[in-house]
Write a protein that binds this ligand. Structure first.
Ligand code: SF4
Length: 274
């Protein structure tokens, strides 16, 4: 069955109960990616056309796509002169037995990136999205750090409508939960362990600038809960207005997600090394 045949069997209401934003996307995931047709409660489970297809799940498909993207990015940076780019990327260039490499910090971790692969604190990252982020950064070729930052929300960058919700779900909500569960001083200390510093501002109860990459700092604003007024703790991530010179939008949102992960790790395991 092709996606359109399955699409015609759905109510075509795009209600989202299956976890997909549209019936056609769900139909494609079932017919091409082995997604479970039972996730749409409106399909007839007795329909023989809907027997679950064997095949890679969506997670596998997405991992395969990510690995292909890593290879593509490696090909894009293959001809770059690392030594000439190092200053604009805020990196150190070195030449070893296996050629040129760039050394830099990624959320407090030491990265070694060359044309064949990436090591983070000496270990190959398990999730290819980390490699995509790091290769994308190098591929941007960097630039001078602005003398003064102009912090804006993701919604103020172009073409970000669909990403604003992703950032809220995977970064800002987890950050708000951390701020609700830990004292501000502990959140600040975790940010400082990642190389961050407090920003004095009256706009939030706590504001911390954390360098995700040498030219990509993010500014986290936190507000404590005010139960008497019906407000839960809130967090907002701000970006420098020029951030898209250094990372594409999708990678940028992932960088926010990784920042929330790292802060959570340090707050939940305060004795662990950065
Ligand atoms: S649950 Fe069914 S009707 Fe709703 S969006 Fe998914 S496929 Fe469409």
């Amino acid at each position: 069955m092709n996606p359109y045949d399955l699409f015609k069997k759905t109510p075509q209401s795009n209600c989202g109960q299956c976890g997909y934003p549209a019936c056609l996307a769900f139909a494609a995931a079932v017919t091409k990616g082995g997604e479970d047709p039972g996730k749409c409660p409106f399909l007839d489970p007795a329909d023989p056309d809907l027997a679950r297809r064997e095949g890679p799940g969506l997670e596998q498909l997405s991992r395969r796509r990510d690995l292909e993207l890593v290879e593509y990015l490696k090909s894009k940076i293959a001809g770059l002169d690392f030594a000439a780019l190092a200053a604009d990327l805020g990196c150190e260039a070195m030449t070893g037995d296996d050629g040129e490499a760039l050394l830099f910090s990624f959320l407090g971790q030491r990265v070694r990136l060359d044309r064949n692969g990436v090591l983070i604190d000496g270990v190959e990252p398990e999730d290819p999205r980390d490699q995509i982020l790091l290769y994308n950064y190098v591929h941007s070729r960097g630039g001078a750090a602005p003398a003064q930052r102009d912090w804006i929300g993701l919604e103020s960058l172009p073409n970000t409508i669909s990403k604003v919700r992703t950032l809220a779900t995977y970064c800002e909500k987890p950050l708000a939960a951390l701020f609700a569960a830990h004292p501000p001083a502990a959140v600040l200390a975790a940010g400082e362990r990642l190389g961050g510093r407090e920003l004095a501002t009256g706009a939030a109860d706590l504001a911390v600038i954390v360098p995700v990459l040498p030219r990509v700092p993010l500014c986290l604003h936190f507000w404590a809960a005010a139960p008497e007024e019906g407000f839960s703790a809130q967090a907002k991530v701000l970006f420098d207005r020029r951030v898209l010179d250094f990372l594409d939008l999708e990678t940028l949102v992932f960088a926010g997600e990784r920042l929330a992960d790292r802060l959570a790790l340090l707050l939940e395991q305060p004795g662990r090394a950065v």
